[in-house]
Design a protein around this ligand. Sequence first.
Ligand SMILES: Nc1ncnc2c1ncn2[C@@H]1O[C@H](COP(=O)(O)OP(=O)(O)OP(=O)(O)O)[C@@H](O)[C@H]1O
Length: 365
Amino acid sequence: MFIKRLELINFRNYSNLNIEFINGFNILYGQNAQGKTNILEAINYLSLLKSHRSVKDKELIKWGKGKAYIKGVFQKNLGDFSVEVLISEESRKEAKLNGIKQNKASEVIGNANVVIFSPDDLRLVKEGPEVRRKFIDNELNQIKPKYQYYLSLYNKALFQRNNLLKSNFDKSLIDVYDQQLAEYGSYIVFHRIEFIKKLSIICRLFHRKITDGKEELVIRYKGDVYEEDINKIKEKLYLSYKNSIEEDLKKGYTSKGPQRDDLQIFLNGVDAKTFASQGQQRTAAISLKLSEIEIIKGERGEYPILLLDDVMSELDILRQKHLLDSLKGLQIILTITGIDDLGRLDFKNKKIFEVVDGRVQIKEL
Ligand SMILES: Nc1ncnc2c1ncn2[C@@H]1O[C@H](COP(=O)(O)OP(=O)(O)OP(=O)(O)O)[C@@H](O)[C@H]1O
């Protein structure tokens, strides 16, 4: 799949942008704070209907304006399709697929498949569990259209249960939330386990290739409940909320459930978070991200669009080469700040855009 055209009106620092990409290697080049990441953010928004930067929709609207508009025209094997979103200060966002307004976000999410790789992802192994949960959730949001819906229902119920724990509450109400959390949580845990199983096989192979067979990467789901059957997950989750009520009352928050899940990562048999070098951790992160691309290909039958946000500068030459060698055949949209970096990116089919203060022009080298 690839994006042919992107149109932005009053999105971040863009008043009006119309940009045509090639099905190859697209380079957004420019100094800091010019609007390179904003373009990647807009493309990613068309895939997930939310920003990858954990910001509220309103922050995406150009300062002083009331609405922001994003449109992307994509091409996949079966033909072209478009996704449009209108984000407004006052009302709910409106999304269209092929020009037709959709009432359910799940009808729009995941049509455009995008993998975004930013310097934060290079810290996937090193950072706390929330980064790894986000990695898993973003992937599942794309391949399971209902996942984001269940996740938001879960988070709402969790927020209400936590509020109840902190207040003078009627104890019987807690059970209502325990049932809701078990219902929504079982969907989340079931799909996370299934995804991590697939991911573990693919990333092991990738990692062997990237490290010339020197390192063995093993990943494992770490959660309160591990079962294959969704009903068993539901039963066990329900029991874990029930059994932890005394502890939760003391703590003032819900101590069990998928909001605490993690991904354990081992390199040659030892915990990579604690024992691996920074370079090894980064390489493992690359293997995980590359596997994400393969999983989307497996589910959707086509490669996703790959957005690389300033990751090249954080990798040494050898890792840059391994990364780029693994990416042939994908549409890549990449941001860089240094013009010198361009020489190192040895791609034939490329288009270079210079980004200056919310304006983009094609650059011939
Ligand atoms: N809602 C908004 N309205 C107008 N301008 C905005 C808005 N949000 C962010 N900006 C501006 O967008 C610019 C940042 O753009 P972006 O994050 O894309 O930078 P970048 O070119 O990727 O830079 P870097 O190389 O530092 O990552 C900043 O100048 C910021 O002030």
